[in-house]
Structures are given as C-alpha cells and as structure tokens.
Ligand binder design. Structure first.
Ligand SMILES: Cc1ncc(C[n+]2csc(CCOP(=O)(O)OP(=O)(O)O)c2C)c(N)n1
Length: 657
C-alpha cells in the first residue's frame, strides 16, 4: 500500500492532507484498485475513472452527515477505500470481504444497496424532500414516535450529492426524476460523470448530443470554463447565488451544453475536467452552497491510468481476474467450455442468417449477452437501445407487430424493469417476441442486486407466455429453434455459467422441443423418486441420481424443459406413487416447483400425494456476494441437497413402491 494511503482510513484523514498531495494519493488508490480487481475481478474501468472525482467530493463534503448517492454503484471503490474499508478491499467481492456495490450494511457512508442504473436522482429527490419536511415540520419524520427536532438539526441541512454516468442519466427513471427535480427547494448537486461510455460506447440521441458538446470543446476550453467558474467565486460575505448567476450567464454565452438541462430548469455548470482535483475541490465548495439543485458536468476517462483498460474500456468495464505483465494482460479463466451466453450468441447468428426476420435487441449489454459477433455480421438487424429495458421490450413488441422476429437479450435482473411492457405490449397481444433471459439464477460476485431469481415467478403468471430453459449446449439451439417457430412470446432462461461438460450431455436432450413436453433423461427400474430439474441444474440432478444409485436407491431424472406450460406427465408421476423433487436455480417462491405444486393441487392429487413433492431452490432471503458455486450450495441447489432430500423422503416413508 502506498505511503499516503497508509495514513488515510477515513475522510477525516483525507481532509488533513494538503491539496497538492491528493494526486499522489489518487495514484496510490488506482494501484490498490488494480491489484485487487486483478485478483478478484470487478468493475475496473469505471472505478479508475472516478478516483480524483471521489477524493474531491470527500474533501469538500462530510458524507457522515451529507449524503452521497452513486448511480448503479459499480464505481464506488475509491469511496469504499477511504471510508474505512481499505483493509478489506483485498477481499473485494469475496464472501469474507466487501461487496462490489454500495451497501449500508457495510458502512454508514452508503445510502442504498444498489446495482441497477438510473435510480440515484429519484432517491436523492426523496431524501431531499424528506429532509425538507423534517425541517419544516420540526419533527424527525423517520421516528415512529415523533420527537421535536433540536434547533441544531433545524438549522443544519445536510447536503446531497449524486454521481451519475452519461449512460445512466438517459435511463427512463433518471429522466422521470429530472422531470420532478423542481420539487426540491434546497441544495442537491448532480455530478454528471461523462466518459462517453456505457459498457460500450453510449448510444442514442443524448449520446450524440453529449458527443457534439465534447467535440466542440478543446482542453483549453475546459480549463477556461473551470477558471471562469472559479474566477467568479464570491469572496467571504458575498452572495454565492449571485456569483453563480453571473457564471451561468457567461457560460451560457459560449456553451451550448447547458441548453438541455436549463430547458428542464436545472441549472447547469461545466463541462470541466474531472481529473483536476484542485479545481474540483473549489467547484464543489462553491456549488455546495447553492440553495437549489444544480448539475455539474465533468469529463473523465474510463480506465484512466491503466493502458489496457483505457484502450478497451468495454472489456475492462467488468472483468474476471487477470495477470499483468507491464501493460500486457492475461485473463485467468480456465474456460475449456463455452458459456450459455456464448452458445446463444452463436446459434442466434446461424438462425438469423437463415431467417431475415430475426433481429436482436439489447439494452446496453451487447457483450454481456453474447451479441458482439451478431452486431458485426448483421448490424442492420441489431439494436442496442442503451439502458432502457422497458423501451427495449416495447420496441420488440412493435417489431413483432410489423412482422419481424425480435429476440430481446436481457439479464434476468434487469428484465424486472420491463414487467409492465411484457404484460401489456407483449403477453396481452400474444406477440412472438423471444426473450433470451441471461444471468438467470445465482450470479456470483455481483451479489443480490444482480441475481436472476425472480423471472420464472413474474413471467409464468402471464397468460400466453411460454417459459423454457435449456439444460445444455444442444438444448440452447433446440430452445431457440423452438422459440422462433412459435406464434407467441417465449422466454428462454439460462445461467451465468459454462455449459455442462460432455459427460452430462444426454441423448434425450437432443430431441426437438415440443411445447410443454419434458424429456426423461434417466429411468431407473422401480424408482420411488423422480428428480425433476428445470434448466442447467439437470447436471446436479444427474449427479444426485448417480450418488443415490451407488447406495442402491434408484431415482428417475426428468428434464422438465418447460415451466409454462408444465408437462402433465410430471404430475401423473404422483398418481403412480412416486415422489417428486423439483430442482431450479430460482427462488422457491413462485418458481418452477411452485408451478408443479399448483398443478398437482389443481388436479385430483390427494394431500398425501402433495406431501410427496419437495422443492429445491433459493430461499426467500437475499444471498450475498460469493462464488456462484458457494451460493448454489448455500441455497441448497446441488446434488448433495437432492440426495439428502431423497433419503429424507424415503426414510419418512412418504414415497415408496
Ligand atoms: C437497469 C440496468 N441495466 C443495465 C445495467 C448494466 N450496467 C452496469 S454499468 C452500465 C454502464 C453504465 O454507464 P454509465 O452510467 O455511463 O457509467 P460508467 O460505467 O461509464 O461510469 C450498465 C449498462 C445496470 N446496472 N442496470
């Protein structure tokens, strides 16, 4: 650890350093981030870009009482390092270490556990309104038993600062919030961190607008803007508001950048250099005194200070562990098999080459959803709509209505944003939109904001929706072929994982998909139990059946393939006196197993027969960051738990022949 960083364990230590030393501290922090992320993986490029910005914010504000909200939250590493989590930083994203996102459970410096884009401005508005109310009413509104606020509390207003990226500020939720910023009659500073990147280059009209502004600015202009603002800083006793009004006027004369925000009635300042700590400190000091919301537009460089990340910010947005040799990087993944994502991307291209109606849509996750090659080969049939999951689904609905075959590739956790669009514009119209739901299930180090544990639940209740999940590489192709041949919406869910090794691939899984039909992959004579798996957990079901067989306990293994509609032959097993263990990489509540139970209960199964159904899946609590393997173990979604459950059922004599 660098010499200066050793002295800094809190923002109070930081404030003791003279400003000229802060750049050296920034360099030491960059090194720590680089060391840690190269070992554990994480969001590298965005974090390297905001080191100076974060130090300047903490130098000026006191976030023990002021509030700092990070949009998405993936860029909070420097903030964590200087707010008491420096020593735990080596264990970033590990079970025994700290989360890669803000977490109030870890520190009072964090306001919300976040990981999804676009939320910061709206939550900041809520906090501002809450504090406004508190001040006006004289009561601490958070207390159930109202206690009068002390005079100190009434006098003092905590400052609120939001840091939001240029890709996240154009998210619908951000815009809805900006539209309501007028509700706030007090200080609220929005720092627009513009690095002209989402994960890839930003897309859309706003990105073009920002880029036009950027291109019209030389570095000298940025310096002029900064000094223009700084020159007008009021002396002691002079009105900050007045000075700011003059600054705004002089900037407005030379800069078009303010137009958009000013037309929304949000005072705009900038753009300024987001790596110039000294100037940022002065700017934040001045802006902190405003009595109304304002935006400061800063330019930063994603991946700053690490050449490979600077050259390929998309690749290093979120990276696995890697080894560094000077500026050369070697990725440390022992990837002897493709991921489900890779296979989806590959087959989608093959199918799109044969059927020109197929189009692919992603919301700022081209790389993550395996679409870069599709984009390269068929750019006219590829749409990246930015961080706009709701719009992505509606664009798909429109495309389907116009005769195309849209395939929407979205992570399960972000698809939650699109529920209403899936309901009304897709399911209610019964339109043939295919949803490739990536990262469905437990996701590992990104933790609870990113698990995809709810998609079966919120999708299977929608009429017309077909829900399917491939178990292996061959089934990915079959599921895609099946989905694209339907005249209705179809969901294909798959995890953040490698496809299963060859030894788990079964002949039954090469049969074409038939609507609502499961396949039997292992039949054991006289088996009292059937393990019914949904999706990639088939491998665990097969492992469990193997272990049980070694102990002389035969079990069938059925690959359900569909969670809606469910194969009736699965329910019929109960009538044959068999016990069923359902397995899924999803929440137990409202998942595949629940669907089996509902169907069994709706039929003429007796309650005794319902007792013969056991569900394995994630419990109804949030599962923290860890490796995916450990999370599956924690949730009891693995072969050992299947074996334990099977034995329990046999011992309890609930099943048997
Ligand atoms: C709703 C939602 N969709 C997608 C993502 C995935 N995602 C994480 S960071 C990111 C890019 C954010 O870009 P920007 O806000 O400009 O911040 P930067 O990384 O450039 O600092 C995306 C698309 C997300 N976190 N939330």
């Amino acid at each position: 650890m660098g010499k200066l960083l050793e002295q800094v364990s809190s923002p109070y230590d930081l404030k003791k350093l003279p400003v000229p030393q802060l750049q050296m501290l920034a360099d030491e922090i960059r090194q720590l981030i680089l060391d840690s992320v190269s070992k554990a993986g994480g969001h590298l490029a965005s974090n390297l870009g905001v080191v100076e910005l974060t130090l300047a914010l903490h130098y000026v504000f006191d976030f023990k009482k002021d509030r700092l909200l990070w949009d998405v939250g993936h860029q909070c590493y420097t903030h964590k390092i200087i707010t008491g989590r420096k020593d735990k930083f080596a264990h970033l994203r590990r079970a025994d270490g700290i989360s890669g996102f803000p977490s109030p459970a870890e520190s009072q410096y964090d306001q919300f556990t976040v990981g999804h884009a676009g939320t910061s401005i709206a939550t900041a508005i809520g906090m501002a309104l809450g504090e406004q109310l508190q001040k006006n009413t004289g009561y601490r509104i958070q207390d159930t038993e109202k206690k009068p606020a002390t005079s100190d509390e009434r006098r003092e207003t905590n400052k609120i600062v939001v840091v939001v990226g240029d890709a996240s500020i154009v998210n619908g939720v951000s815009f809805e919030a900006l539209n309501n910023l007028g509700l706030v009659k007090r200080q609220l500073l929005i720092v627009l961190n513009d690095n002209s990147m989402a994960i890839d280059a930003t897309v859309g009209a706003m990105a073009k607008y920002f880029s036009k502004v950027r291109l019209s600015q030389t570095y000298e202009d940025l310096r002029k803007t900064t000094s223009n603002i700084l020159e007008h800083l009021p002396g002691i006793g002079k009105s900050v508001e007045e000075a700011m009004e003059r600054i705004k006027k002089s900037i407005r004369m030379v800069l078009p950048a303010s137009q958009m925000f000013e037309s929304l009635n949000v005072p705009y300042f900038g753009p300024v250099d987001g790596h110039d700590i000294g100037s940022l400190i002065k700017l934040f000091s001045a802006l902190s005194q405003l009595k109304h919301p304002a935006i400061l537009h800063v330019y930063t460089k994603k991946g700053k200070g690490f050449v490979p990340a600077g050259l390929q910010p998309g690749k290093f947005h979120s990276t696995g562990p890697f080894k560094m040799n000077g500026d050369q990087v070697q990725t440390l993944t022992d990837k002897d098999r493709p991921t489900f994502t890779d296979v989806v991307g590959k087959h989608l291209i093959e199918l799109a080459e044969k059927d020109t109606r197929i189009v692919a849509i992603t919301s700022a996750m081209c790389d993550g959803t395996g679409l870069p090659e599709f984009r390269k080969r068929m750019p006219e049939r590829f749409y990246d709509v930015g961080i706009a999951e709701s719009a992505a689904v509606d664009i798909a609905a429109g495309l389907a209505r116009a005769g195309a075959r849209p395939v929407v590739c979205i992570y399960s956790t972000f698809l939650q944003r699109s529920f209403d669009q899936i309901f009304q514009e897709v399911a209610l119209q019964n339109l043939p939109v295919v949803f490739c739901v990536d990262r469905a299930g437990l996701v590992g180090a990104d933790g609870p904001t990113h698990h995809g544990l709810m998609d079966i639940g919120f999708l299977r209740m929608l009429p017309n929706m077909v829900l399917t999940a491939p178990a292996d590489q061959i089934e990915v192709r079959l599921a895609l072929e099946f989905a694209l041949a339907q005249d209705k919406p179809v969901v294909i869910r798959y995890p953040r994982d490698l496809v299963p090794p060859q030894k788990f691939v079964r002949a039954a899984c090469s049969e074409p998909f038939r609507l609502g039909k499961s396949v039997v992959v292992r039949r054991a004579k006289g088996a009292p139990i059937a393990i019914v798996s949904y999706g990639s957990v088939l491998t665990e079901a097969l492992k469990a059946a193997g272990l049980l067989a070694q102990e002389g306990l035969p079990a069938d293994v059925i690959n359900a393939r569909f969670a809606a509609p469910i194969d009736q032959t699965i329910i019929a097993l109960l009538g044959q006196g068999k016990g069923i263990i359902t397995v899924e990489d999803h929440n137990l509540a409202c998942g595949f197993g629940s669907a089996v139970l509902e169907l069994a209960a709706a039929g003429n199964a007796t309650s005794r027969k319902l007792d013969a159904v056991r569900l394995l899946g994630a419990p109804r609590r949030f599962i923290g960051h860890n490796s995916r393997k450990c999370q599956l173990m924690e949730a009891g979604i693995n072969a050992d738990e299947i074996v334990r459950t099977a034995k329990e059922m046999l011992v309890e004599n609930q099943v048997g022949i």
